[in-house]
Design a protein around this ligand. Structure first.
Ligand code: GTP
Ligand code: MG
Length: 311
């Protein structure tokens, strides 16, 4: 099938077509950039969906919540929902550490729901290097894209650089809330979810502690107690997400391009980028956006490999 045919099928929710397009966006090589540009051009008439980050320590209940939340978003009127679960994988084995635990289960086989899991590899931040790329595609196909990441500290909630809004999930009395406060991470999320609200009064107490702590901060942010068991709070969270902003992924491209340069070519690559243009935004503009910039930068780097540095 051609990419044009895949795009046509993907518009109608064909999951195999979507999966084949997603692989083009997971390919880090600059040679893959023109294909991405062509796919996005074929979908350019589509509105850009919202990216919602759902992050928190391992085992707090993110995947379970996401399964329920996706259904609640559809019930709240969202056209369709994709979920990307970033699977923390071991740098040693290259395999997934937690395997099945990152599986998100949807109720039934709804054509409006799509799930993809990605191995994060050795990349810091809990966000796979390909996550932002895949979000570029999925936001053209889905009204809401939820990204589940494991984030436990300041350096590990890089998801906020991609998402329109990020929610931090903490469990009752997990100590996470206090730990996050200390780490300064509380400033980062747009809202908080206390999971496992069915486990006695602990969730309410944690919510009260958190709300009191947040009152010291600047902007008021929601604290929602949820339970994937009883369903409490899930509709409220869906409504808050549905009322939030969408479509800011494009503004993130200078940052995303710098991340890609750093991943592929290291600090020296970043220095050459800085020398090549007055700003990253200017470099992107000069090359027609992210895909063109990757192709051009990759070609320049390939030339360098052939011609030894004069220094
Ligand atoms: N009682 C109760 N248990 C829950 C709830 N949500 C999740 N759990 C349980 O908590 C455990 C972890 O749930 P997951 O959804 O896999 O948690 P996660 O945050 O996605 O975990 P990782 O992806 O491994 O970081 C499982 O045993 C769930 O059954 C809830 O609302 N109430
Ligand atoms: Mg999970």
């Amino acid at each position: 099938m051609t990419d044009a045919a895949l795009c046509a099928a993907a518009r109608h929710g064909d999951k195999r077509a979507i999966a084949r397009l997603v692989s083009a966006f997971e390919d880090p090589r600059p040679q893959a950039a023109p294909r991405r540009a062509a796919i996005l051009a074929a979908l350019a008439d589509r509105p850009i969906g919202r990216v919602v980050g759902l992050t928190g320590a391992p085992g707090v209940g993110k995947s379970t919540l996401v399964g329920a939340l996706a259904g609640a978003l559809l019930a709240a009127g969202e056209r369709n929902v994709a979920v990307v679960a970033v699977d923390p994988s071991s740098p040693l084995t290259g395999g997934a550490l937690l395997g099945d635990r990152t599986r998100v289960r949807f109720a039934g086989d709804d054509p409006r729901l799509y799930f993809r899991s990605q191995a994060s590899g050795a990349i810091a931040g809990g966000v796979a290097r390909a996550t932002h790329q895949v979000c570029r595609l999925l936001t053209r196909l889905f009204a809401t894209v939820i990204v589940e990441t494991v984030g436990v500290g300041q350096g590990e909630i890089e998801i906020v650089r991609i998402a329109d809004t990020t929610w931090l999930v903490v469990q009752p009395h997990g100590g996470d809330a206090i730990q996050f406060l200390k780490a300064g991470v509380m400033e980062v999320p747009d809202g908080f979810v206390i999971s496992k609200g069915d486990l006695g009064s602990a969730a309410g107490a944690t919510a009260a502690t958190l709300t009191a702590a947040l009152r010291l901060g600047t902007a008021a942010r929601p604290v929602i107690v949820t339970s994937a068991v009883t369903g409490v709070g899930v509709a409220e969270l869906a409504a808050a997400i549905a009322a939030g902003p969408r479509g800011r992924l494009v503004d993130r491209e200078p940052y995303l391009f710098e991340r890609w340069v750093a991943d592929e070519y290291g600090q020296a690559g970043l220095r050459r980028l800085a020398a090549a243009a007055p700003s990253t935004a200017a470099y992107l503009a000069a090359h027609g956006g992210l895909d063109g910039a990757q192709l051009a930068f990759g070609a320049a780097e390939a030339c360098r490999d052939r011609v030894p540095d004069p220094a």
